[in-house]
Write a protein that binds this ligand. Structure first.
Ligand SMILES: C[S@@+](CC[C@H](N)C(=O)[O-])C[C@H]1O[C@@H](n2cnc3c(N)ncnc32)[C@H](O)[C@@H]1O
Length: 228
């Protein structure tokens, strides 16, 4: 009898999809350079633009988690037996592929994703189908503050990776659904230090139901555990 594959990340459909998408994301710098005059002031909060417009302008840019972050997401989800994971900011679905692999390997469940830009949402669904992980995902089109409001409890794990001003509002929407010891990860803490200060202060204060630390991984990965 063939032993079961230890990790869905090794399945050809997943590995090939991830390889292709990570390779494409390597040309992000070029694509960001093309839209830089339009997006840089908005991206860094120097000028306030509507999130939908910013997402539209960034519609060809992947800005995904790195491979190491993805592996870490997979391993954390496996270690806490995550069955319901919520993701703020799906983009083309790279992080979703790591999370959905873990949910599948845990025995089943769902990754509830969210994406504001319709063309990226459609592509993410296509990539999840190609990787044969679509049965473990529910990626919702629209503003996460609305689309994630009716996520069922208990939520085992959260990834925050959308536009930065919205991390804290999204966390507050999800907090009542978190199960004790749920894990919340938030990306780009160093790059968006100023915009994410309220978020980091909230999770690190020790008075809001979290223990938390910024990990020096990629450009800063905040790892928080919900203590209830
Ligand atoms: C950094 S990218 C996400 C990358 C993705 N997590 C990955 O690793 O492949 C951020 C995404 O969040 C989306 N986004 C930003 N604000 C949003 C909102 N309020 N609701 C839903 N999606 C949002 C953007 O359109 C963009 O595609």
């Amino acid at each position: 009898m063939t032993p079961p594959t230890a990790s869905s990340l090794l399945a050809p459909s997943v590995a090939q999809t991830l390889d292709r998408l990570h390779r494409r994301a390597r040309t992000d710098l070029f694509r960001i350079a093309l839209v830089a005059p339009l997006v840089v002031p908005d991206f860094f909060g120097l000028r306030k633009v509507d999130d939908t417009r910013l997402s539209h302008r960034m519609r060809s840019v992947y800005v995904p988690v790195s491979r190491s972050q993805g592996q870490m997401l997979y391993l954390i989800a496996r270690s806490i037996d995550a069955r319901r994971i919520v993701e703020f900011g799906t983009s083309f679905g790279i992080s979703t592929l790591y999370l959905a692999s873990a949910v599948k390997d845990n025995g089943g469940g769902v990754v509830v994703g969210s994406e504001l830009e319709p063309s990226k949402h459609a592509k993410a669904l296509e990539h999840l189908r190609e990787a044969e992980l679509d049965a473990f995902t529910d990626v919702r089109l629209g503003d996460a503050l609305k689309t994630l409001a009716d996520v069922e409890a208990p939520v085992d794990m959260v990834l925050l990776d959308g536009w930065k001003d919205t991390y804290l509002p999204v966390l507050k929407v999800l907090q009542p659904k978190l199960r004790p010891r749920a894990v919340v990860l938030a990306d780009n803490i160093f790059t968006f230090k100023r915009a994410l200060r309220p978020y980091v202060n909230y999770v690190q204060s020790g008075t809001n139901g979290f223990v938390s630390s910024t990990l020096d991984i990629a450009d800063g990965f905040e790892l928080s555990v919900f203590t209830g």
